[in-house]
Design a protein around this ligand. Structure first.
Ligand code: CA
Length: 499
């Protein structure tokens, strides 16, 4: 769960997944200098304010930070330039490992999940999907000390009022004896535990399911899973309904991606939609909206109310789709094929964590200091990839870890000996006359990049009149780089036009 209240920031952080990432050009701003005198003065004021009325002074003083943590203000204001495409986001979150871990967890917690289903009506695999995406089945809980983070956010920068409430709630959780103070660690913004609840959500919804008298979402899997189910139930989950399904659009069909515009299944049947495998749409959804995460040329979905409950966990459609897809693969107990039936509109699909670890190891072997091999493509790895690409004359040197880069560096494919390096494809072992690598045709929110539909091969004759959002030419000498604007829209910009 992330900050649904911080809408823009939340979408941005959600868009790039679990690890905040940036290109070298968009490195994090410096951590601000925060005055400790001002901080302590602020805490004095909070202690006697109405928001902290339910917090006794022993608790307040006992967990009062001695100094602020500037890194959380840095994170609050960090708007990464680099955003993952939806297929990269899905590939890193829903990979073979996570599906296998989910299948194991389903067997291990089968009894508990059955009891949770009978109390809250939520399908076990949907609970597992949230658990897997939120905390990798309890393996990634976040390490930031919550009181320091929340106190800092309560006293500096924007959103102070919101964080003051969360700070008071976090203190109440410890005061109630639900969570041990040493377990109060989490994300920079205060989400914690196996379900990554914010403190206010904890107080509203957390459940003591194992019956030990404490609602321990950090150490008790039954408590955490039951709390997730209760969350989904409270947000309108419909028992017995699927979240939705992948569909196939009839030829020539076009509609905007709008999951909120729910229609009956018979409406969609009449429009000619079928399941992705071609069979007729089942009647087990009361209503559904169309979701096109990468525009009309990528995978298409009809999604129902239960998809919306995943969305309410963290306001991002890609995020909700990751939960949905993971839950389907855990249901099918099939970890060998994690793709959708329809391919994403790219010739360079994303990779899972094993391939990411392969790349990191290969970069280490090549002398790049990327830190730990952890399967997470963060700032260091991305910078190293850019440097590696630049050193090989690979264009664009975008720092992206996709299947082609994996093949290049891990497969040790030899660059073409006769080529000067102006054809990106050749660096990846493609034939000299192959098309340049076409970057994504759509960004994650489905905003099409290819706004131009004019004839290919026309750029060289009239380059000065071309807008910057372009259709990749079929000329093998035309090259592009990806540029993400402040509005989050990815554009392809011709190399000779600059950015
Ligand atoms: Ca408990």
């Amino acid at each position: 769960m992330r900050l649904t209240h911080l809408s823009t920031l939340s979408l941005l952080t959600a868009a790039i997944g679990l690890s905040l990432a940036s290109t070298a050009q968009a490195a994090k701003p410096e951590a601000p200098n925060l005055s400790n005198a001002q901080f302590q003065q602020c805490l004095d004021g909070l202690k006697s304010s109405s928001k902290f009325r339910g917090v006794d002074s022993f608790t307040f003083n006992n967990y009062r930070p001695t100094q602020p943590d500037p890194s959380v203000i840095q994170s609050l204001n960090y708007q990464p330039e680099f955003q993952k495409d939806v297929w990269d986001y899905l590939s890193s979150l829903v990979d073979t490992e996570r599906v296998e871990d989910g299948i194991r967890a389903k067997r291990q917690w089968a009894d508990t999940l059955r009891q949770i289903e009978s109390r809250y009506g939520v399908k076990p695999e949907h609970v597992l999907g949230v658990w897997g995406v939120e905390s990798n089945f309890g393996k990634t809980l976040g390490k930031k000390p919550l009181f320091e983070s929340l106190a800092t956010l309560s006293c500096f920068d924007r959103r102070q009022s919101y964080f003051q409430g969360e700070y008071a709630n976090a203190l109440k959780i410890v005061q109630n004896g639900d969570i041990a103070p040493s377990d109060m660690t989490g994300s920079w913004a205060g989400a914690f535990g196996q379900t990554q609840f914010m403190p206010s959500t904890f107080l509203e919804l957390a459940v003591d399911f194992d019956g030990d008298g404490r609602r321990d979402l950090v150490n008790s899997v039954p408590d955490a899973l039951a709390s997730t189910a209760k969350f989904l139930d409270k947000r309108g989950y419909r028992s017995g309904e699927p979240w939705g399904y992948e569909v196939k659009l009839p030829s020539g069909f076009w509609a905007a991606s709008n999951r909120k515009d729910k229609k009956s299944i018979s409406h969609w049947r009449n429009q000619g939609l079928t399941l992705a495998n071609g069979s007729s749409l089942p009647s087990n959804l009361s209503s559904a909206g169309l979701l096109l995460p990468a525009g009309k040329d990528g995978p298409a979905f009809l999604v129902g109310k239960n998809f919306d409950t995943f969305y309410s966990y963290n306001a991002s459609e890609s995020y909700a789709l990751a939960i949905a897809h993971l839950s389907d693969l855990i249901t099918k107990e099939n970890s060998s094929k994690t793709d959708f039936i329809t391919a994403w509109p790219t010739d360079d699909p994303g990779i899972g964590r094993q391939e990411s670890r392969d790349i990191q190891q290969a970069l280490l072997n090549a002398g790049y200091d990327i830190g730990e091999v952890d399967g997470i493509i963060g700032d260091n790895t991305r910078t190293a990839i850019m440097q590696y690409q630049s050193s090989r004359g690979i264009f664009p040197a975008d720092g992206r870890a996709g299947q082609k880069f994996h093949r290049l560096i891990v497969g040790n494919s030899a660059p073409s000996s006769s080529n000067s390096g102006n054809q990106y494809g050749n660096q990846y072992g493609q034939p000299t006359n192959s098309l340049p690598l076409n970057p994504a045709t759509a960004d994650r929110m489905g905003q099409l990049i290819q706004q131009q539909s004019s004839a290919p091969n026309s750029y060289s004759s009239q380059p000065s009149t071309r807008p910057t959002a372009v259709t990749p030419s079929t000329s093998s000498n035309t090259r592009y780089r990806r540029v993400t604007g402040a509005d989050g829209v990815v554009k392809l910009v011709r190399v000779d036009e600059g950015s």
